[in-house]
Design a binder for this molecule. Structure first.
Ligand code: PLP
Length: 395
């Protein structure tokens, strides 16, 4: 007898993957250039030159046994120290390497944090629109996901709805800003209000409520958008970071969990994160990539491509009368659908070989996600197709 739940997870493809596979099939029939695939959040710009240069340098100058060998379970000490120093330089914080647990991208950062914190019966609050894998990660711990509906006007936080959902069972809350799928960056005011609410609830219930900041898109922001660093607003914060998006390295699986000293039961929380890493088999994140992260953590891939794609797409949507909140960051746009049923809208788009993901899967019906991490030329050529789609609703 196998674990049926795991068989189910391993068999069912996500809506996003389903669309991506469909796009590949259609490309074989009508030609790649005639399929406008906006399904997947795979960075379209290469890693910065510094990444490849660092890899070459490391391979040519390091002791190969050390370079490719196991590091300490939480990561090499010099790597953790270098990354902590870089965060301190940029954020004005005072972390040390011992606050960092190196992991395999944001997914592992989240599963280590959630498994370290949660017991069966706990509740984990998630704010719509949200990254769909959160549900898989949360339920695997035996905890229950509690969803706060989206503030569909500005995509900040509906605090009345959030407050109603915080209970004695709330163990933690996940926030993701800049946000996948809507691209919005939470304002400083939103973060201050959130921190105050959580402090009040911690006092009322007499136990910590941890805030997990899932922030793989922190560096991908436009027009100088300010992304508050959450540990500075709320002590009981764990930061889950990944180099997948900022350095265009999603296949290399590298990131970290940061547990600040100020966090309630910080040493125990760090031990629990490390214990979860051990139980899940994530100890010793990829050694070569740890060293690349340490050297390249202040670089990013060329974000001007995403900025240009965003401009073209938003200008196009505006002209076509498609409502879309201006994304402050990421490489996603989240326009309102031209009919209430976002799945039907996405199907209509699909009939034109325009692949966009229904918002329902992100807990936010009435919208679709457009992942604009594609060549700019694809954006230009897709605009007449978006217009054709809009026209179908005008006739
Ligand atoms: N969190 C969010 C919001 C994401 O969008 C993603 C990936 O798209 C992840 C986590 C997982 O990132 P990683 O590839 O670093 O595991």
């Amino acid at each position: 007898m196998l674990n049926e739940k795991m068989v189910g997870l391993g068999t069912a493809r996500s809506v996003i993957r389903e669309l991506f596979e469909y796009g590949n099939q259609r490309a074989a029939v009508v030609g790649r250039e005639n399929v406008f695939d906006f399904s997947l959040g795979n960075p379209s710009v290469p890693a910065p030159a510094s990444v490849n240069e660092t890899i070459v340098d490391l391979v040519q100058t390091s002791d190969p046994v050390l370079l490719h060998g196991y590091t300490s379970a939480p990561g090499a000490q010099d790597v953790r120290d270098a990354i902590a120093a870089s965060i301190n330089r940029r954020q004005g914080t005072s972390f040390s390497g011992k606050n960092l647990y190196m992991t395999c991208g944001a997914a592992a950062s989240l599963t280590c944090s959630l498994n370290g914190l949660c017991l069966p019966g706990d509740e984990v609050i998630v704010i719509a629109p949200y990254f769909p894998e959160y549900q898989v990660f949360i339920e695997h711990t035996g905890a229950k996901m509690v969803l706060v509906p989206a503030d569909t006007e500005a995509f900040q936080i509906d605090f009345a709805a959030l407050e109603e959902r915080i209970t004695d069972k709330t163990k933690c809350l996940i926030v993701n800003s800049p946000n996948n799928p809507c691209g919005v960056v939470y304002s400083e005011e939103t973060i201050q209000t959130l921190a105050q609410l959580l402090r009040t609830k911690e006092q009322a219930y007499g136990h910590p409520i941890y805030l997990i900041s899932d922030e793989p898109y922190r560096e991908i922001v436009f027009d100088g958008a300010f992304v508050p660093y959450l540990t500075k607003y709320y002590d009981d914060t764990l930061v889950c970071y990944s180099y997948s998006k900022s350095l265009s390295l999603p296949g290399e699986r590298i990131g970290y969990v940061l547990v600040p000293d100020e966090c309630a039961d910080a040493e125990l929380v760090f031990a629990a994160v490390a214990g979860a890493g051990r139980a899940l088999g994530y100890v010793c994140a990829p050694s070569l990539l740890q060293r690349v992260a340490a050297r390249c953590c202040e670089d990013t891939s060329d974000l001007s491509v995403y900025a240009e794609n965003r401009r073209l797409l938003l200008d196009g949507f505006r002209e076509m009368g498609i409502d879309c909140v201006t994304p402050g960051g990421t490489f996603y746009a989240f326009p309102k659908t031209l009919e209430p049923d976002d799945v039907a809208f996405a199907e209509k788009a699909k009939s034109l070989d325009l692949l966009v993901v229904p918002g329902s899967g992100f807990g936010c019906p009435g919208f679709v996600r457009v992942a604009y991490c594609v060549p700019t030329e694809q954006i230009r050529r897709s605009l007449p197709v978006f217009r054709k789609l809009a026209d179908l609703y005008r006739k």
